[in-house]
Design a protein around this ligand. Structure first.
Ligand code: IMP
Length: 199
C-alpha cells in the first residue's frame, strides 16, 4: 500500500517509516512525486488544518495521505499561539524571535502552563477520514535552555520528562512528544485498514 505524507520533512518521513514499516506501507513525500502543492492552513483548529492538508494531497494524487498539524497552546494566553504557532511572530521570524515574543508576552505571568498539541489525519481518496490527537503538557520557562530540538523546545519544560525539550536528545523527546503520541494512536486506529491491505 502506498501512502503520501503531507510534508517534505525528512524527520517526519523517517518517524512514519519506523512506525508503519511492519505493514509493508510504502511512504512517499510530495517532493518524491514532483508535487509543489502547499495547501493553505485556513482552519481554526488543529483537526481542521490537519484535514485540509491530508485531503488536498489525497485529492491531488489519488493516494491515501497522512498529514499532521501541531502547535503550542499557552493557558495564560487563552490557548495562543495555537494553530498560529509557526506564524506567531510573522511569516519570516526565526525560532529565536518566536520564543522572545512569547517570553515577552509572559513577563510577570506566574501561571506558565502550556501544552504541545498534534493532530494526525489519515484521508483516503474514497473519503475515509481518521484522526488522532496527542498532547504533551508542560510549562514555559523564564528563559531559553539548551539548543536541541526546534521551534519552541528551548522554552518548553516537559512535565513528564522533568526536563526542558531544548536539553533532551531526540530519542528522549520522542517518548513524550505530542507528535509521537498522535502518530502512535493513529497507527492503532488504522490497524484494520493496514492489516486488510497486507492480507
Ligand atoms: P506545523 O505543524 O508544521 O504547522 O507547525 C507547527 C509549529 O508549532 C512549528 O513551526 C513550531 O513552531 C511549533 N511546534 C510544533 N511542534 C513542536 C515541537 O515539537 N517543538 C517545538 N515547537 C513545535
Amino acid at each position: 500500500m502506498k501512502i503520501i505524507i503531507g510534508s517534505n520533512n525528512k524527520k517526519k518521513l523517517k518517524e512514519l517509516q519506523a512506525l508503519l514499516g511492519e505493514y509493508g506501507v510504502e511512504l512517499v513525500t510530495p517532493a518524491m512525486l514532483g508535487l509543489t502543492l502547499e495547501p493553505e492552513e485556513t482552519g481554526s483548529t488543529f483537526e481542521e488544518n490537519s484535514l485540509i492538508k491530508a485531503s488536498a494531497f489525497a485529492k491531488e494524487t489519488g493516494l491515501p495521505c497522512i498529514a499532521d498539524d501541531s502547535g503550542l497552546e499557552v493557558k495564560a494566553l487563552g490557548g495562543r499561539p495555537g494553530v498560529y504557532s509557526a506564524r506567531y511572530a510573522g511569516e519570516l521570524a526565526t525560532d529565536g524571535e518566536k520564543m522572545d515574543k512569547l517570553l515577552g508576552e509572559l513577563e510577570g505571568v506566574t501561571d506558565r502552563a502550556a501544552r504541545f498539541v498534534s493532530v494526525a489525519t489519515y484521508c483516503a481518496p474514497d473519503g475515509t477520514v481518521i484522526q488522532a490527537r496527542g498532547e504533551c503538557p508542560g510549562e514555559i520557562l523564564l528563559e531559553k535552555r539548551g539548543t536541541n530540538g526546534f521551534g519552541y523546545d528551548p522554552v518548553f519544560f516537559c512535565t513528564e520528562a522533568g526536563e526542558c525539550f531544548g536539553e533532551v536528545s531526540p530519542e528522549e523527546k520522542a517518548k513524550y512528544s505530542h507528535r509521537g503520541r498522535s502518530l502512535a494512536l493513529l497507527k492503532e486506529k488504522l490497524r484494520p485498514i493496514l492489516e486488510d491491505n497486507n492480507a
